[in-house]
Design a protein. Structure first.
Length: 345
């Protein structure tokens, strides 16, 4: 049971993939937890009942700085301890294109920082991204711009958490491979990149621990899961082993991205089209993750207990879902790659 004087955490982006787990972990660790969501009506379903159990859910438009300031000050005034222990931002743009990235990854997150500062928060935890170590994309620049704001201010302590990859990012093909008996689509020979993704529950625990662990404060923290380096081909083999099928792969050449990106950017420049420019940037995002490792290199940067194999095993054991929550959120899905191959090969 939470103490009457429990410290208060405010979580922005609480209805997102990681945000939901952070809310649950904050409650589990005994914090008075306030979850900020964009549309409270959408989360008033049985799907979210367990996620937000024990938390206070408030609707707040994080793109509106005045609303954020007012909301956080009201939370602080009514909190059991009459103060905010931490503001935790799990905000992230859905598309990664420039307009969305600067609206959410930069400005909305900055609104939360400024609102937390005004409300007297002690600590700020930012869910960032491992890929910022080698920034080439618009959304990475937006995230770095906010990180510069956070690290240069002196009003509160901070922790920047940069996870390698989420389990959902490497789970989009499970349904079609396991239940449609489709081949596994991979880039190049499937050995181009390696990763050690982290489970959402492990990542959430790591983030909440940043609030009390002084060794993680005022630091940029790379974090991956407990696995040894995993290639894309190894991911496919895990799935085939679980469903008892002979491995069957389709390889998508990396140069497909160059053709797609260059064609879209050429058309965007000719027709001065924002939508085509955004499509080209989406292609750059896919290309980036097709060739860049999302892999921690230091033992201290590995965290958690849940392996990717255990995650895959659980998904396969659950059977085919009515709705696949991974497919829509994956950066490049199997279906998208297959369609590209039909166009260019």
């Amino acid at each position: 049971m939470r103490a009457a004087t429990a410290k208060t955490n405010v979580i922005a982006g609480a209805s997102g993939y990681i945000g939901q787990s952070v809310v649950k972990e904050s409650v589990k660790q005994g914090f008075h937890t306030v979850a900020l969501v964009r549309d409270i009506e959408k989360i008033r379903t049985t799907q979210y009942e367990e996620v937000f159990r024990g938390a206070t859910v408030l609707q707040c438009d994080v793109t509106n700085p005045l609303e954020v300031n007012q909301t956080l000050q009201e939370i602080a005034a009514t909190a059991p301890s009459k103060s905010l222990e931490a503001v935790i931002s799990c905000l992230a743009s859905r598309t990664g294109i420039e307009k969305d990235a600067y609206a959410i990854d930069y400005q909305a997150t900055l609104n939360c920082l400024q609102g937390g500062t005004t409300a007297g928060a002690r600590h700020f935890v930012l869910l960032s991204a491992f890929c910022l170590r080698n920034p080439k994309l618009k959304f990475q620049q937006a995230k770095l711009k906010f990180e510069d704001k956070l690290t240069s201010q002196k009003d509160l302590t901070w922790s920047i958490v940069r996870p390698t990859a989420y389990f959902k990012s490497v789970s989009s093909q499970i349904e079609v491979v396991a239940y449609d008996e489709a081949p596994y689509v991979m880039f190049g020979d499937g050995e181009v990149t390696k990763c050690n993704p982290i489970a959402e529950s492990d990542l959430a625990r790591y983030m909440i621990e940043c609030i009390s662990d002084k060794t993680r404060q005022n630091r940029i923290l790379n974090v991956g899961g407990p696995d040894d380096p995993i290639t894309m081909k190894m991911q496919g083999q895990m799935i085939f082993d679980l469903v008892g099928r002979q491995a069957e792969y389709v390889t998508a050449p990396i140069w497909l991205f160059d053709v797609l990106i260059n064609s879209l950017q050429f058309l965007a420049d000719v027709f001065q089209s924002e939508s085509l420019a955004d499509a080209a940037e989406t292609g750059r995002i896919g290309n980036y993750y097709a060739v860049e490792d999302m892999l921690t290199t230091e033992p201290a940067e590995q965290y958690g207990t849940i392996t990717l194999g255990e995650h895959y095993s659980r998904l396969v054991a659950q059977g085919r879902p009515d709705y696949d929550p991974y497919a829509d959120d994956a950066l490049i899905t199997r279906k998208q790659v297959a369609n590209l191959m039909k166009v260019f090969l």
